[in-house]
Design a protein around this ligand. Sequence first.
Ligand SMILES: Cc1cc2nc3c(=O)[nH]c(=O)nc-3n(C[C@H](O)[C@H](O)[C@H](O)COP(=O)(O)O)c2cc1C
Length: 281
Amino acid sequence: MHAPAHFTPVPLDKAYRLLNHGPTVLVSAAHGGQPNVMAAAWACALDFSPPKVTVVLDKATRTRELVEASGHFALQLPTVPQAALTEALGTESAHTHPDKLQRHHVELFDAPGLNDVPAEHRPPLVPGCAAWLVCRVIPEPHNQQTYDLFIGEVIGAWADGRIFKDGHWDYENAGPEWRSLHYIAGGHFYAIGDAIRARPAGHFHAHGSLAPGSVGGLAKIARVCPPPRPVPCFNLEDLAQGVLCSSSSDQGSSRLPTAARTLATLSGETGGALWPQDWRM
Ligand SMILES: Cc1cc2nc3c(=O)[nH]c(=O)nc-3n(C[C@H](O)[C@H](O)[C@H](O)COP(=O)(O)O)c2cc1C
């Protein structure tokens, strides 16, 4: 099977974001021409660079055997329509149901461009997911044996371009069917919920010659930003230091790009450089 239409590469330095919200994953692996997939709630980002993840794989699982034999696994993020599939792949074992994938109509596809990985060791991927991370096992026999804990270096990352854009999840603007699954127990999942901002929105760094006390500039920002105005209450002392911080009580993220552009324009006028500091982290 071919990769799905919106299968989009994700830069490896952004791969951790695919797991940062704690989704339940599907773990796949293959060896000797035998693929398999199981569910895992205990998967986590571990490191930025090179990107690493952890996943707990119980000794009783067939998938673990394939991971150990091939030295590779893939983590992929099922979406709301795949909740029943996730439950089924996490309830049936290929040990007792060797036709488990066929029974649940799982048609796997190959990750492109992993030429360094022998074809028989490449974990096949599940279509319909929101993201996929292919990992090479970093052998840690003690952790694996004692805690069932596997560490993998992410060697390829992809996401569906309709839900993960420019290095960020876009749950705010996507349909509910795109939401990730979060497992409790006993077949009970939650779908990811509302976005909550926990630090001031609109944190801008200014470098250059934006004049201290540039109140005229602030007036321009207020004029350009659409109503309701973002009320950019920038601290004039910060301005003097070349750093702009919004007070941000009402700055919805949708208006921040406008403010950023306006600041950049102002900066151009004064010969400096301004840019928003990763305002959607
Ligand atoms: C939602 C969900 C999450 C699970 N999380 C884990 C996990 O983190 N680690 C684990 O070893 N098993 C986990 N399981 C259980 C395995 O998915 C299950 O044992 C599965 O049947 C193994 O399949 P296999 O033997 O074909 O590999 C989970 C099951 C479900 C339904």
